[in-house]
Design a protein around this ligand. Structure first.
Ligand SMILES: NC(=O)c1ccc[n+]([C@@H]2O[C@H](COP(=O)([O-])OP(=O)(O)OC[C@H]3O[C@@H](n4cnc5c(N)ncnc54)[C@H](OP(=O)(O)O)[C@@H]3O)[C@@H](O)[C@H]2O)c1
Length: 305
């Protein structure tokens, strides 16, 4: 999402292309070969700059797995903005993404958010057309509940591949919704209860957006100096020392320690920070229950029920 110069509008320049090359190099070195896009990121410039990187590096396309999303409409002159997952829009947006990326296919397409006006049959029909043309290999969703997935699944000829949701040590409603069943504190939780279980039971890949909590526990400027955030950042730093890794790897390792096999969709485009994430898998494997619960309880700022 951060590639291509970010959200401020303006043309793509040589600096953005060079930064994208550096980010891709750092990612490949760290063993990362899946790249998450969306038609709207940086108003299309994230895909465009990635397309330039691919064009300048023959052979790279076959080493990477590209994922993009469609379904969100940014406000503009002809639309007040928000959602469009109609058949026509899905096909047109994918064609636009392929053109910007300079490729003939994306491995995964996600429907970015639920569109109350879309019908499962429409999305399914768009997907089948794109899949038969070899333009999209698998379909997934983002920010959807288990019920919404089940409904869409009922129209699809094959299983949904993934659901991308906000999940992190800070945004821990994905866990809270499970442990606060039958508990007054469950009221107001903004996470669809049961989606984790639905995905695990059906072999649907769970992807976490916002997994670093924008650096809240790993040194981002402006983090509170007291309270749960500060205490958690301290605990993360202690564990990072013990496990000989960067704090980012502890934050991601905590997420990956969960048995659902969550794949963090890391949003940094800084090469150093990408490298700092590389040890997350090792950290997850070595994180014991006491460490995992200590991090969660610290970040939530109060005991578990
Ligand atoms: N499906 C959806 O609805 C949805 C929504 C949002 C995002 N996404 C996807 O998920 C990805 C990750 O989301 P995200 O970017 O919100 O989350 P993130 O990975 O938690 O945070 C990344 C952001 O935090 C900054 N950051 C991280 N650690 C930092 C530190 N120690 N100090 C200063 N800054 C730090 C990064 O800046 P630097 O680049 O400088 O490191 C970057 O801007 C996105 O790139 C996008 O692909 C999906």
């Amino acid at each position: 999402m951060g590639l291509g110069g970010g959200w401020p509008s303006g043309p793509l320049g040589a600096a953005e292309v060079a930064a994208a090359h550096d980010a891709v190099d750092a990612a490949l070195e760290a063993g990362i070969s899946v790249f998450d896009h969306a038609d709207i990121y940086a108003h299309g410039k994230a895909e465009e700059v990635f397309g330039k990187v691919l064009a300048q590096r023959p052979g790279l396309r076959d080493q990477v797995h590209l994922q993009t999303k469609c379904g969100i409409v940014l406000p503009g002159a002809h639309h007040p903005g928000r959602y469009d997952s109609s058949r026509e829009a899905v096909i047109a947006r994918v064609e636009d993404s392929l053109r910007r990326l300079g490729t003939d296919r994306v491995e995964t397409l996600l429907i970015h958010r639920p569109d109350p006006l879309a019908h499962p049959e429409e999305i399914a029909s768009a997907f089948v057309q794109l899949r038969n043309a070899g333009k999209v290999l698998r379909l997934g969703v983002s920010n959807m509940s288990a019920d919404q997935m089940r409904w869409l699944q009922s129209a699809l000829p094959e299983p949904l591949a993934a659901n991308q949701l906000e999940m992190s040590l800070y945004r821990s409603q994905w866990l809270e919704s499970g442990v606060l069943v039958n508990h007054p504190e469950a009221a107001g939780l903004g996470f669809p209860h049961g989606v984790l279980e639905y995905c695990q039971a059906g072999g649907v890949e769970l992807q976490a957006w916002g997994p670093l909590a924008q650096g809240r526990y790993s040194g981002a400027p402006g983090t509170a100096e007291t309270g749960p955030d500060a205490a958690t950042a301290e605990l993360v730093a202690e564990l990072a020392d013990e496990k000989e890794c960067a704090p980012e790897a502890v934050v991601l390792g905590w997420l990956m320690r969960h048995p659902a096999g969550i794949r963090p969709v890391v949003g940094t485009s800084s090469p150093d920070r990408i490298r700092a994430c590389a040890e997350a898998g090792r950290v997850a494997r070595s994180m014991d229950r006491a460490q995992w619960y200590a991090l969660w309880i610290s970040a939530r700022g109060r005991a578990l029920p």
